[in-house]
Design a binder for this molecule. Structure first.
Ligand code: ASP
Length: 332
């Protein structure tokens, strides 16, 4: 009885706090890309495969959480599952460059010490997210590219595959169709199926440490060593324990120019925006006005999850501390 006034005072204060200031219970959020036009891309079968793929990845990340793994471990584990799944444009399912090979990009960052690692244009590394983490933890550098990154991965005992491992038939056919259209000078889509199916993850572990990571085959038919936003810290990936972790997907050139993931964190830190308001400001106002298609997933320092996309969909999933999983593809 004696404690009742304190309890009711605490409840009153909690009720007065803005929702975002209270601790929420999301520990991991992942994405499998943004869908620019729903009508163009999805069959019930492809939607089913995407949902299944997201569920498998988030389950894996949650297992790591339950065993007491760090946010970096959770991010790496869930992204590896998506890299191994040909449904996503990362690892095994990477899109082709115009030259007919696969060049993969990835990055990872942790929010406590602001350490980061990234690889770009790797061609023989089975799991680029693991290479990105190795760059962060085992080198003096942040970003390694192409042959140097391949060599670094080899020297650090990472799993190396023949480049043909990344050749999947649907992606190869897309390239052939593209080349035929280019030859006939007919209208060429920006992405083969209206899908930016890059993958990403943001986690918050038991210590409250945030981490974020992103992995991709890049934009289909890219050329001349093109590198997108996914391996660029501040564009495709950012994490800061003082604000949030963010992973992006979409038209990379815009995400680089607008420093999207860092901008979201900066709006939170310097202007006090909530994670959802910051994500909306950047994705649905700035980027949309500029014509940049895509979206982000975010997890703030209190475990509040946010997503924002200016496309028809953003394939995403999240899991709570208790293990409740939610999978969403569109505006649902
Ligand atoms: N952002 C990636 C890139 O531009 C593509 C994607 O998100 O699917 O390389």
């Amino acid at each position: 009885m004696k404690t009742a006034p304190f309890i009711s005072l605490a409840c009153l204060i909690a009720g007065l706090l803005p929702a975002q200031a209270q601790d929420s219970n999301v520990v991991l959020v992942i994405h499998g890309g943004a869908a620019s036009r729903r009508d163009k891309i999805n069959t019930p079968e492809s939607e089913r495969l995407s949902r299944e793929g997201l569920r498998a990845a988030i389950q894996k990340g949650y297992e790591v959480y339950k065993k007491g793994g760090s946010s970096l471990d959770m991010v790496e584990a869930s992204i590896r599952v998506m890299e191994d799944n040909p449904v996503f444009n990362a690892g095994k399912g990477a899109v082709f460059t115009l030259q007919g090979n696969n060049e993969l990009d990835s990055s990872i960052m942790e929010g406590r010490g602001l350490k980061a690692g990234a690889v770009a244009g790797v061609t023989v590394v089975k799991n680029p997210i693991t290479a990105a983490r190795a760059v962060m933890e085992k080198s003096k550098h942040v970003l390694l590219v192409s042959e140097g990154a391949n060599t670094f991965a080899r020297e650090n005992g990472l799993e190396i595959v023949d480049p043909s491992y990344f050749r999947t038939e649907p992606r190869w056919q897309e390239l052939q169709e593209y080349l035929a259209k280019e030859k006939a000078r007919s209208e060429i889509p920006q992405q083969p199926d209206g899908m930016w199916s890059t993958v990403g993850a943001v986690a918050r572990d038991r210590n409250g440490d945030l981490a974020a990571g992103t992995s991709t085959g890049g934009m289909a038919y890219k050329r001349w060593g093109r590198v997108g936003d996914s391996p660029i810290i501040g564009a495709g990936t950012y994490a800061d324990n003082e604000a949030a972790g963010v992973s992006a997907t979409g038209h990379g050139e815009f995400f680089i120019r607008y420093a999207v993931t860092h901008d979201i964190v900066a709006l939170m830190k310097y202007k006090g925006l909530s994670v959802q308001d910051a994500a909306d400001e950047v994705i649905n106002r700035k980027l949309k006005a500029a014509g940049g298609e895509g979206g982000v997933i975010c997890l703030d320092k209190r475990g509040n999850m946010a997503s924002a996309f200016n496309t028809d969909g953003l394939f995403r999933a999240y899991v709570t501390r208790e293990g409740a999983i939610t999978v969403k593809l569109f505006k649902e």
